[in-house]
Design a protein around this ligand. Structure first.
Ligand code: F0G
Length: 361
C-alpha cells in the first residue's frame, strides 16, 4: 500500500536540489483538509480546515524543518540553533535528533506551553530559557549563528520557507484549484510568506514558471495577529507583546515586509483579533467541529468569524483556514469555562445506577 513519503519526496520537482540530496524526514505533510460544516453555516462560505496539528511533532513547522535540517545535513552541519515560542523548538529538536545533530533552543522565559517544552526536552535539545521575549531570542540566535559553527533554523533561513510552501500545493491538489481566500494566524510571518510563494508557484508565476501551472489563480491572503501582539496592524514593532496565544506572542516579525507583500499583491488583509475572540473560536473548533487546536491556531478562525459578523465574507466563497498546531500542545485552555472558572469532572461511584443518574438517564 502507498504511504505518504514526506514533503521532499512528494514535491521533489518543486524543491531546490540542496534539500533533496540528504533527506531527513519524519513523514511530514499530507495533512487532512477537513470540511468545516459549522463554520460554513455561520459564514455562508464553503470553509475547510488545513489541519497542521497532524504533522509528526504536532505543528506546521515540520514542513520547513525537514528541508532546513536536510540542507544543513548536506552541508555537513553538526549543530543547529533556533529561537522559539515553542513549536519551532519541538520540531527542530526532533529533526536534529534524527540527523544526529546537536540542537540549541532559545525560548522566552516562562512563556512557552508545557507540551512544547516537553517535546524539546524529550528530543534532547540544549534548552535555554532567555530573560526576554521571542524577539530578543531571535536576535541572540542570529548572532550566535554568525559567530559560531551552528546553523540557524528559524524561518529567516530560506530553506524553511521552501518546505512550508508545500502546504499550498496540497490544498490545490485536493481542491483542484486555489481557494478564493486563505486564512491563517501571523506571528513571525514566515508561514504567510511561504503559503503565498506556494500559491504563486503553483499558478505558474515566479520560480514555478518552469513548471506546468497546476492552479489557474491565487487566493486572497487573510492574516490575523493577536491584538496585544499586532505590529503589522499597528505599523510599528510592539516592544512588550502580550497574548494568551503564546505561539504568536511576537512584536517584531522577521518576515514583516514579505507578509505585507503577500497581503497587498493578493488583495488580502492583515487584522487583529482579541484573546476573547481567539478563545471563542477555539471553543467553536473543539466543541462544534471536533477539531482540537492550540489557541494561536484559532486566530484565523476568530478572524473569519469577526469578518463574517461584519458582512465582509463573500457569500459562497471557498475558504481554507490553516489551523497550525495541535490542541495537546497547550491543553489548559480547554479546562476553563468561558467565565474563567475551572472545569472539574463529576465524581461518581462505580455502579451503573449512580452513573446513569449523573448522566440524567
Ligand atoms: N501558529 C502556531 C501554532 C505557531 O507556533 C506559530 C509560530 C504561528 C502560528 C505563526 O507562524 O511565525 O510563521 O507567522 N511559531 C513560531 C515558533 C514563532 O517559534 O514556534 P509564523
Amino acid at each position: 500500500a502507498h504511504q505518504w513519503r514526506g514533503i521532499i519526496a512528494e514535491y521533489a520537482d518543486r524543491l531546490p536540489e540542496h534539500v533533496r540530496r540528504t533527506v531527513v524526514t519524519l513523514g511530514e505533510g499530507g495533512t487532512p483538509l477537513v470540511p468545516a460544516p459549522v463554520l460554513s453555516q455561520r459564514t455562508g462560505a464553503q470553509v475547510f480546515l488545513k489541519v497542521e496539528g497532524m504533522n509528526p511533532t504536532g505543528s506546521f513547522k515540520d514542513r520547513g524543518m525537514t528541508t532546513a535540517i536536510s540542507a544543513a545535513a548536506d552541508r555537513g552541519a553538526r549543530a543547529v540553533v533556533c529561537a522559539s515560542t515553542g513549536n519551532t523548538s519541538a520540531s527542530a529538536a526532533a529533526y536534529a535528533t534524527r540527523a544526529g545533530m546537536v540542537c540549541a533552543v532559545l525560548v522566552p522565559d516562562g512563556k512557552i506551553a508545557m507540551g512544547k517544552l516537553s517535546q524539546a526536552v524529550a528530543h534532547g535539545a540544549r534548552l535555554l530559557q532567555v530573560d526576554g521575549n521571542f524577539d530578543d531570542c531571535l536576535v541572540a540566535a542570529r548572532k550566535l549563528a554568525e559567530a559560531h559553527p551552528v546553523e540557524l533554523v528559524n524561518s529567516v533561513n530560506p530553506d524553511r520557507i521552501e518546505g512550508q510552501k508545500t502546504a499550498s500545493f496540497e490544498v490545490v491538489d485536493v481542491l483542484g484549484d486555489a481557494p478564493d481566500i486563505h486564512v491563517l494566524p501571523v506571528g513571525n510571518a514566515g508561514n504567510i510568506t511561504a503559503y503565498w510563494r506556494g500559491y504563486r508557484e503553483y499558478a505558474g508565476l515566479d520560480a514555478g514558471a518552469a513548471h506546468t501551472a497546476v492552479a489557474t489563480r491565487t487566493p486572497a491572503m487573510w492574516g490575523f495577529q493577536a491584538a496585544g501582539a499586532a505590529p503589522i496592524v499597528a505599523g510599528h514593532p510592539i516592544t512588550e507583546p502580550e497574548t494568551i496565544a503564546t505561539a504568536i506572542r511576537i512584536g517584531n516579525p522577521a518576515s514583516w515586509t514579505q507578509a505585507e507583500q503577500a497581503r497587498d499583491v493578493s488583495g488580502g488583509l492583515i487584522e487583529a483579533v482579541t484573546d476573547e475572540e481567539i478563545l471563542a473560536a477555539h471553543r467553536v473548533l473543539s466543541a462544534q467541529e471536533g477539531v482540537f487546536v492550540e489557541p494561536a491556531s484559532a486566530a484565523g478562525v476568530a478572524g473569519l468569524l469577526r469578518l463574517s459578523d461584519e458582512g465582509r465574507v463573500p457569500s459562497g466563497a471557498r475558504i481554507v483556514i490553516t489551523v497550525t498546531g495541535h490542541g495537546l500542545k497547550d491543553p489548559q485552555w480547554a479546562l476553563r469555562t468561558p467565565d474563567g472558572s475551572e472545569v472539574t469532572p463529576l465524581r461518581v461511584t462505580a455502579d451503573v445506577v449512580s452513573i446513569a443518574d449523573a448522566l440524567g438517564l
